[in-house]
Design a binder for this molecule. Structure first.
Ligand code: C2E
Ligand code: CA
Ligand code: CA
Length: 398
């Protein structure tokens, strides 16, 4: 019986299978390989989230496998491997799209190990995030979460976002923490998913937004205006067409201009079904709220979707920033995201910046803003006020 595996390789060349297994293992992702596409129905279980498929195989070729995957209503992302020319791959990608399959990229044979690792790594953040959630996520009873919301146990920590050229503090990202009366301080990965599953995320989101807006004025320090407030909003909350009106009236109530608020939405969730959030996002933009595509690089955004989303900022996921000095494909990813963001008229923020080397590289490549432990960890409001005061006192420098 097959053990659970997250990556499945279908290639008649056993060496390719071995290579992918070794690369995946070094990243801690379970992987299986087969040279026989006929085994597919037995190997494809719900744990498989990425399939690497060779297009040219004796017996059942890649196109036939795609048809079979379509019939099996396969949900996994698929990477096409091939030695044949690019146009054939393009056509095959279109076919896969028509069959309702999700193509996550392609590898042209012979490929470099770094390219393979880059592809797998692009797959990891979602996978690891899901795993981390499972590891730390507690199935809180609805009542415990409701009590938490109505007793105002959810608080915000703030992390500065710095303009790389001028050193100015451009924004503060609000990150939720649960000050649980018995369990202590809990991090978002342990409760956001549960709030979404129980349909409590809207109530939570409104309370947290209200808190963030009301805390803003503390951050006007030493004659500097309060930086822009960046709020994380669940894609689920964007289903409500009234969201932009309610959001803006909340901002008005707290006398915070809409242009001083950035709404951050994670790329992977947004791209899952971009059409349904589009009108809400467009309305938010019309009201002058800034929009950021968070964790960019982890969700395989399709170009046509990206262009249609009226975002003002792209936020490069920290996994790429942290690996860019050791991994060439992550470095390229960072460079290309900066170019792409600028070509689309957006500013680009890099998150997870921990070292001066990372900051220097980002500066050279023209990245606009940086956020990360290099400047500050997320801090509770009173400590953030102190941090701002001493940052301004030192004189702004990046
Ligand atoms: P995110 O929006 O990508 O937030 C950035 C995460 O990276 C934060 O984790 C932050 O503490 C961490 N971080 C910042 N700088 C560094 C660094 O230099 N190195 C490293 N290793 N990590 C860094 P956190 O606070 O645990 O938040 C996790 C996620 O939870 C957030 O990811 C966001 O997607 C979600 N989240 C947080 N607050 C809210 C909220 O109020 N509403 C919703 N819907 N989601 C939230
Ligand atoms: Ca964020
Ligand atoms: Ca992020």
């Amino acid at each position: 019986m097959a053990t659970a595996s997250n990556i499945l390789v279908i290639d008649d060349d056993a060496d390719i299978g071995d290579l992918v297994i070794a690369a995946a293992q070094s990243m801690g992702i379970p992987c299986r390989a087969t040279t026989d596409a006929g085994e597919l129905p037995c190997l494809l279980d719900s744990d498989v989230s990425l399939i690497l498929l060779d297009l040219m195989m004796p017996g059942m070729d890649g196109v036939e496998v795609l048809r079979l995957l379509g019939k099996l209503e396969c949900r996994a992302s698929i990477v096409l491997i091939s030695g044949i020319n690019r146009r054939v791959i393009d056509t095959t990608e279109k076919l896969a799209g028509a069959l309702g399959l999700k193509i996550a990229g392609h590898l042209q044979k012979p490929f470099r190990l770094a390219d393979l690792e880059g592809l797998l790594r692009g797959h990891i953040p979602q996978k690891c995030a899901a795993d981390a959630k499972q590891a730390t996520r507690i199935d809180f009873p609805a009542k415990e979460l409701c009590d938490g919301i109505w007793n105002d146990e959810f608080v915000l920590y703030y992390q500065p976002q710095i303009d790389i050229q001028s050193g100015e503090v451009e924004g503060l990202e609000a990150l939720a923490r649960w000050q649980h009366p018995e369990r202590g301080l809990l991090f978002p990965d342990s409760f956001i998913g549960r709030l979404e599953a129980l349909q409590l995320i809207d109530d939570f989101g409104w309370r947290v937004s209200e808190r963030g807006l009301s805390e803003m004025r503390q951050f006007a320090v030493n004659g500097h205006p309060a930086p822009r407030l960046a709020l994380n909003v669940s894609v689920q909350s964007l289903r409500d067409l009234k969201f932009p009106d309610i959001f803006v009236s909340l901002a008005e109530k707290h006398r915070v201009p809409a242009s001083s608020i950035m709404v951050e939405i994670t790329e992977s969730r947004l791209m899952h079904d971009p059409s349904y959030a589009l009108d809400v996002l467009a309305r938010l933009r019309m009201k002058n709220v800034q929009l950021s595509i968070d964790d960019f690089g982890t969700g395989y955004a399709m170009m046509q979707h990206l262009v249609s989303i009226p975002a003002t900022e792209l936020k490069i996921d920290r996994i790429f920033v942290q690996n860019m000095h050791s991994n060439a494909s992550d470095r390229v990813m960072v460079e290309k995201t900066i170019e792409l963001g600028h070509d689309l008229g957006m500013t680009v923020t890099a998150e997870g910046v921990e070292t001066v080397e990372q900051l220097e590289f980002l500066r050279q490549k023209g990245c606009d803003r940086a956020q990360g432990y290099l400047f500050s960890r997320p801090l509770p409001p009173s400590q953030m006020t102190q941090w701002l005061a001493s940052y301004y006192a030192r004189g702004v420098e990046a």
